[in-house]
Write a protein that binds this ligand. Structure first.
Ligand code: FES
Length: 148
């Protein structure tokens, strides 16, 4: 195989792989919900985390709650079937809304990063995210917002 043919073949394979990756990632795109707002907090069905594909059931690692009553969204991470973390998506550096990406949150303003429990991993932010108490029942979880 000559050099040109090798490069052409390699580029075609890369483009195909990239296209396939974007199709697969769109299948598990970020899920936004508004939740059910009550006097003390938000209620979210556990089924919001469920993804059914090809007869298999898997789980999203996180969902994002956007509710017009809240100044910032809340990112809810599913750590395992009993543990969840509900994080206020407000950067502790200067208040920019964070972006969720896999198992961490990033700030586009100055590059701070936080893990899925809200612990600051990269500055300039030097404080962890606000983490709301979560109570899990058989079918739903309750996020206590009284600390806002
Ligand atoms: S506001 Fe987020 S890093 Fe500065």
């Amino acid at each position: 195989m000559d050099r040109r043919k090798f490069i052409r073949t390699s580029c075609t394979a890369c483009i195909s792989a990239t296209a396939l990756a974007s199709v697969l990632s769109s299948c598990t795109a970020t899920k936004y919900i508004s939740g059910k707002l009550g006097k003390d907090g938000l209620t979210v069905g556990l089924d919001e985390f469920v993804v059914r594909q090809n007869g298999k059931q898997t789980y999203r690692s996180f969902i994002i709650i956007r509710n017009e009553a809240l100044q910032y969204p809340i990112c809810v991470y599913r750590l395992n079937d009993k543990d969840y973390s509900a994080l206020w998506m407000r950067c502790t550096h200067q208040g920019t809304e964070l972006q969720a990406s896999g198992d961490h949150l990033q700030c586009t303003a100055h590059g701070s990063e936080f893990d899925n429990k809200g612990t600051v991993k990269t500055g300039p932010a030097d404080r962890n995210l606000r983490n709301f108490p979560v109570t899990v029942s058989d079918t739903e979880l309750f996020i206590d917002l009284r600390a806002i």
